[in-house]
Design a protein around this ligand. Structure first.
Ligand code: GUN
Ligand code: FE
Length: 450
């Protein structure tokens, strides 16, 4: 094959492939051509002297697939630390809806940039983002500029008893979502895809939910992304309003299928697990958000045992208060053990939730989620010695180090589609200091008005 300057060769200490055999490779190199992994072979089989392209030697580091987070709110990053220690409905009513309602284009842009900077520097290369009510185009512009892979969409709220100002009519929500989907679905070679985003049952009329599902037929490959059964009070109000619990209600109006991402799914009745399985729904588990908002603990071990699709997400910065996939992995591995026993949610299982299971949830398992020939070169290089001094070297200790001991500071380099976007732990797309000072300035202006 003709080599071009776009070729790259990466030589790490080890490669956690997450392929079907779950191989961990040592003394292997990965060749990238035009953003695609086109060869994985022992280093000795490459002629380094004649290789035409860039060679990255990382002999002390571990290469893993780019992480996938299936529930994020980039629009909320600016509000980190401003909505602590509240339960969901108070948190929305007193803080988050007023904050999101106050966003202008500039504040939204900086919020999105701050979020992307943090996600990309932390090794996340694909997200599902829930947008906000206004200025959604800003989110798309920033997603495209960053190069991250994303399902994203404007959020829809056509009833809001919590904060009536943060609202638009069903017609406005449907029409603007349709236009955004028309403009952005499958943008940038399919890197950006549309995820329709009715906020949650309590902020959506039944008509809105049903028409949204209808609208998806015009956009094959799009997703339906919403929150479900997160909070006990929310659960009870939904049951009162609709005569059934949240997931069952969604099922009864035809919302659920394998292109539905439901964030949380904590308070479920037995039959609802069956619906999740039967309809092949994608559950996004957000453990740090669930703990901080005191929402509860989703029965993830039971879901996994029953073959329900589970992946991970940090949710928004004000409910955790970070966007680190390492924190989510750590908590996902820890919080279920007191209830389900220490053998539940082992490190490898959790690592897969953040990689290949996220890819499967998004129907992208042939493109991302593992390190295999033919897949996109979304790759993360980790310095596992930084946070963990485990000395024995059996293969499973790699998963253990990543899940139980690592953190975002272990991320050294990140490639998305073969492009280096984080070098030595710093996302190269942004000037972090400037982002922070611009963010402070925007926040100062907004806080005066919220
Ligand atoms: N339910 C409705 N909106 C939200 C939100 O912004 N965050 C969370 N965690 N739950 C929600
Ligand atoms: Fe959320």
């Amino acid at each position: 094959m003709k080599k071009t300057k776009t070729n790259k060769l990466i030589i790490p200490k080890s490669i956690v492939t997450v392929d079907a055999q779950e191989r961990i490779l040592f003394n292997h190199a990965i060749e990238i051509d035009n953003g695609i992994i086109n060869r994985i072979a022992p280093v000795a089989e490459f002629n380094l002297d004649t290789f035409y392209g860039e060679i990255f030697r990382y002999e002390n580091f571990t290469l893993v697939p780019g992480f996938i987070q299936t529930h994020i709110h980039l629009c909320q990053t600016l509000f980190r630390g401003l909505a602590d220690d509240l339960e969901l409905l108070d948190w929305l009513q007193k803080k988050i809806f007023p904050f999101e309602n106050s966003h202008n284009k500039e504040s939204l842009r900086i919020s999105v940039q701050l979020g992307l900077n943090e996600l990309i520097a932390g090794g996340t290369t694909t997200i599902v983002d829930m947008g906000t009510l206004r200025h959604q185009e800003v989110i798309f512009e920033e997603l495209i500029k960053s190069g991250i892979r994303a399902y994203a969409g404007k959020c829809m709220i056509d009833v809001n008893d919590l904060y009536p100002e943060f609202f638009e009519s069903k017609e406005e929500g449907i029409e603007s979502s349709y236009q955004f989907a028309k403009e952005f679905h499958n943008k940038t070679n399919g890197k950006i895809k549309y995820a329709f985003a009715p906020r949650f049952v309590l902020s959506c009329t039944e008509k809105l939910l049903i028409e949204t599902k209808e609208m998806m037929k015009d956009f094959p490959g799009s997703f339906f992304h919403t929150h479900a059964s997160e909070n006990k009070k929310e659960f009870e109000v939904v049951k009162q309003m609709h005569g059934k619990p949240n997931v069952e209600y969604f099922d009864s109006i035809g919302i659920l299928d394998d292109r539905t991402v439901l964030a949380h799914c904590i308070h479920l009745e037995t039959e609802e697990y069956k619906s999740l399985k039967k309809r092949n729904v994608r559950v996004s588990h957000c453990p740090s958000s669930n703990l901080k908002l005191g929402s509860g603990i989703a029965n993830i071990p039971y879901m996994l045992k029953n073959g329900i699709s589970v992946s991970l997400g940090a949710d928004g910065a004000p409910c955790n208060n970070s966007l680190s996939i390492f924190k989510e992995m750590h908590l996902a591995a820890m919080i279920h053990k007191p209830i389900h026993g220490p053998t539940s949610m082992d490190a490898k299982t959790v690592f897969k939730l953040a990689t290949i299971d996220g890819a499967r949830a998004l129907h992208m398992q042939n493109e991302i989620g593992s390190i295999e020939v033919g897949k996109k070169a979304d790759l993360v290089l980790l310095n596992l010695e930084k946070s963990d001094q485990t000395l024995h070297g059996n293969e499973d200790s790699i998963y253990s180090k990543i899940v139980y001991s690592s953190n975002k500071d272990c991320v050294k380099n990140v490639f998305i589609n073969g492009e280096l976007v984080t070098a030595d732990g710093i996302c190269t797309l942004y000037d972090e200091q400037k982002l922070m000072s611009d963010g402070k300035e925007e926040l100062r202006k907004l806080i005066g008005r919220v």
